[in-house]
Design a protein around this ligand. Structure first.
Ligand code: ADP
Length: 458
């Protein structure tokens, strides 16, 4: 059953149940009210008759019967009987009195003062009437033709109203369900038109307030993220293949040239050196790409342990020092946290070393003095690592771009070799450790890369 049918059904069942309950309540209250009113009338009739019979001497049984049968408030098929103390019938308004009122019933009336009951569509009222020492039991009974007819009419009206009401409710329910689901149906129509090639399309966001509008807005945001991811992936693939193809093409053309004719040993050596350089570049690039792919994994698939940031920084320095003896490293011990837990984070040591190597390498390679100044401090349960240099600096509009894969800064490109992968890798690694990177930089003066990572004390 679809949602529209389910909504219609639920709406109809709820409203029909309320209508049914309401109709039953009206009918029950009316029936009770009719009965009460009828008993009150029977009581008045019984008391009047008993009083006339017992208290007014001028009135005898025959006269009373004539009065009873002709009085205006007489009820249809009404009968009034008066019994004496010894249960003998003192008066009956009818010629054929119904005298099968048991002794027990009369005694109960005497004991309780008044009783009311219904039998075979007739309503009976028995009452004890006292006059001095004398005690009489008056019983009045009648059939409430008008009241019952009115009640039957009411029942017909209620049943007809209920049946017509159900029809209207089902129609209204269908309309209501259609109205409620229309925005969803509209959204569905729009979504079905979106394909991988048309991710830039947006769906209607309605009034920007209700739940469906929220869903549409979230969906649009998701489309935007997908589009961005798609674009990044596409540019990544084309950039990566370009970066790989360029050295490969150069290697191929050098090989073709050198093999075209017989060469001197020195020529071969030169070409082999050049090929070695290209191979190093290719190895670096593939390593970078592999690491980038690894950093794209979620943290659960990577092995996370407790990692001391200061120790990882030393390892990174040592690694760089091996290949770049000209680099200068300076660690500021003044702000170094004393507590071990303030220096320790949950993370992957190999990836963190890769990130620190990149930050330090960039600071040194883009600075004329080839120096990096590192400081460690604690800030609100985070460890803050600052990599400062007196280098080229980064232009304001490049601060975001340099984190994109293969992007190389305007100053950076000419100043040092690289592939533009380092910082995008650093960003992913820091994100993987739930940290953040900030840049403070002034072109021509220098840059500070600030990395914040949550410690185990957090
Ligand atoms: P690569 O170093 O291979 O160029 P990165 O992704 O590490 O790639 O850096 C991207 C760009 O960011 C660099 O080309 C450079 O322009 C800029 N950059 C990074 N670090 C620094 C720094 N410390 N000082 C100045 N520019 C920097």
């Amino acid at each position: 059953m679809n949602i529209r049918a389910r909504l219609t059904l639920s709406f109809s069942v709820i409203v029909a149940s309320i209508l049914l309950l309401f109709s039953i309540a009206i009918f029950t209250v009316s029936a009770k009210y009719r009965q009460e009113e009828f008993y009150d009338r029977l009581e008045r009739r019984a008391i009047t008759t008993a009083r006339l019979l017992v208290s007014v001497e001028e009135v005898d049984k025959n006269l009373l019967r004539i009065i009873d049968q002709n009085s205006v408030p007489a009820l249809p098929e009404e009968k009034i009987l008066v019994f004496e103390k010894n249960n003998s019938l003192a008066y009956s308004s009818s010629d054929q009195p119904e005298i099968d009122f048991s002794k027990e019933l009369l005694d109960r009336i005497r004991k309780e003062g008044q009783i009311r009951f219904a039998k075979n569509t007739f309503e009976y009222l028995g009452i004890l009437y006292r006059q001095g020492d004398e005690e009489f039991v008056a019983i009045a009974y009648a059939f409430d033709r008008y009241g019952r007819r009115k009640l039957a009419n009411l029942r017909t009206i209620l049943v007809t109203g209920f049946l017509i009401g159900i029809g209207i409710i089902v129609l209204a329910g269908r309309l209501f369900a259609r109205q409620v689901l229309e925005p969803l149906a509209k959204m569905n129509r729009q979504v079905s038109k979106i394909s991988a090639g048309t991710l830039s399309q947006q769906i209607d966001e309605g009034n920007h307030k209700d739940e469906i509008a929220m869903l549409a807005m979230n969906f649009n945001r998701m489309l935007y993220r997908l589009q961005t991811a798609f674009d990044i992936q596409q540019s990544f693939v084309s950039n990566a293949s370009h970066e790989l193809r360029t050295p490969l093409a150069a290697m191929r053309s050098q090989l073709e040239v050198v093999l075209a004719k017989e060469r001197l040993a020195e020529d071969y050596r030169q070409v082999l050196h050049s090929l070695l350089d290209y191979t190093k570049t290719l190895v670096e690039l593939t390593n970078g790409l592999l690491l980038l792919a690894k950093s794209g994994m979620d943290s659960q698939r990577l092995h996370f342990t407790n990692v001391r940031i200061d120790e990882t920084l030393f390892v990174s320095q040592e690694e760089l020092a091996k290949h770049h003896p000209s680099y200068h490293f300076q660690l500021d011990y003044d702000t170094l946290p004393e507590n071990e837990s303030d220096l320790t984070i949950r993370g992957n040591e190999q990836l963190l070393t890769t990130a620190f190597v990149n930050f330090i390498d960039n600071a040194c390679k883009f600075s004329p003095d080839k120096a990096v100044y590192i400081s460690l401090s604690n800030r609100e349960k985070n460890i803050e690592i600052r990599f400062r240099d007196n280098g080229l600096g980064i232009a304001e509009d490049e601060k975001d771009k340099i984190f994109s894969p293969f992007y190389r800064g305007v100053y950076g490109q000419s100043a040092a070799k690289g592939h533009g992968i380092g910082l995008s890798l650093c960003k992913r690694i820091v994100q993987l450790h739930e940290g953040a990177i900030e840049i403070e930089s002034t072109p021509g003066i220098g840059s500070v890369f600030i990395v914040r990572l949550p410690t185990i004390a957090a």
